[in-house]
Ligand binder design. Structure first.
Ligand SMILES: [Zn+2]
Length: 346
């Protein structure tokens, strides 16, 4: 996780710039607390991810529902158009019927009177009246059919409206649920931020506690970090490199060669440390530190008290390294210093 990496980097950066060091029980406690806070943060982060997924899923459902609603609205519009068309047809038909009736009675051309007076026999009269009746009946039938059609369309339209209302309700429900989840998400985010703040405070507390150094440097002879093992010095202290001066010495020797504490003190770093790869840093007190870089394995842990000549790690080529060697470095505070007065070479 990137966040974890950031935190580790932060702690390492803190440790690097800090001087002098001290690891009391309070630091151990605070570190434990920090771990708990970080694990809680991880949990919350997981919950937040799950919540985001839920919200996304809901959004997908909502999108589908929106589609359905607009489809329904379109269907309603189509029904409305049909209804208008039918209404016009009914009006037309009614107009036609009225016109015909008016024409028949006004002009008298094919009116009842004509039918009656124009009929030469009683049989013809009956036939003619029947014919006029049929025309009326036909008009009436069409009108009735159109009216039925109109009713049907109206029913269909109202059904569609009911369906749309249901969809609208469902949509509103989903929107409400989404808002609820968003609120929950915001709460989780707030909890996460709170934990982060707590984490920062703990890191600061650890930093402060570490500043209360209780390791005292007593002077006297130092041990050579490789003991009696044979080595080739491949780099000197403060040798100019492309970007910077080399802050330590490089002693090439086979992977696995034991590395010993050059002096007694307390381990403040035992783990991956920037380009140093696997590294051990020992606080010797009075702001004096020794650093052993590019190890293949580590034999001590942070907070451990070590004695001069005690095995602490083994030579390797981890970090920014081109081959197995021990990078040995000493610092006064955070400033690299010449190791010659201590171990005889630089
Ligand atoms: Zn080096």
């Amino acid at each position: 996780m990137r966040r974890k990496f950031l935190i580790v980097t932060l702690i390492v950066a803190l440790v690097m710039t800090l001087s002098p060091f001290s690891y009391g029980t309070s630091i151990k406690k605070q570190k434990k607390e920090l771990k708990e806070v970080q694990s809680q943060k991880d949990d919350i982060s997981g919950e937040l991810d799950a919540m985001k997924k839920k919200i996304d899923k809901l959004q997908g459902e909502l999108d589908k529902l929106n589609d359905s609603v607009s489809k329904k609205a379109k269907q309603i519009r189509v029904a409305e158009k049909e209804l208008d068309k039918t209404k016009i047809q009914i009006e037309d038909r009614r107009d036609g019927l009225n016109k015909r009736l008016r024409a028949m009675y006004k002009s008298g051309s094919i009116g009842y009177l004509d039918v009656v007076l124009g009929s030469n026999s009683i049989e013809e009269l009956v036939t003619n009246v029947d014919l006029v009746q049929k025309i009326f009946n036909n008009d009436q039938t069409i009108l009735t059919d159109l009216k039925a059609q109109k009713t049907e369309i109206e029913e269909q339209e109202s059904k569609l409206r009911v369906e749309k209302t249901k969809l609208d309700e469902k949509q509103a429900e989903k929107v409400a649920k989404q808002e609820e989840l968003s609120a929950e998400e915001a709460k989780l985010q707030a909890r996460y931020d709170e934990l982060e703040e707590q984490e920062t405070k703990l890191i600061e507390a650890i930093e402060e506690a570490m500043a209360n150094n209780n390791v005292v440097y007593k002077g006297g002879p130092w041990a050579f970090p490789l003991g009696n093992a044979s080595y080739t010095q491949t780099e000197h202290f403060m040798a100019q490199r492309s970007y910077e001066k080399h802050p330590g010495i490089d002693l090439a020797c086979p992977t696995g060669t034991p590395i010993y504490a050059a002096y007694g003190g307390e381990v403040v770093i035992s783990g991956t440390y920037y380009g140093y790869g696997y590294a051990v840093m020992i606080n010797h007190g009075n702001g004096l530190f020794s650093l052993y870089g590019h190890c293949s394995s580590l034999d001590v842990s942070v907070g451990q008290k070590v004695k001069k000549g005690q095995l602490i790690a083994k030579v390797g080529s981890t970090g920014f390294s081109t081959g197995p060697h021990l990078h040995y470095e000493m610092r006064q505070g955070s400033t690299p210093i010449d190791m010659k007065p201590y171990i005889g070479i630089n």
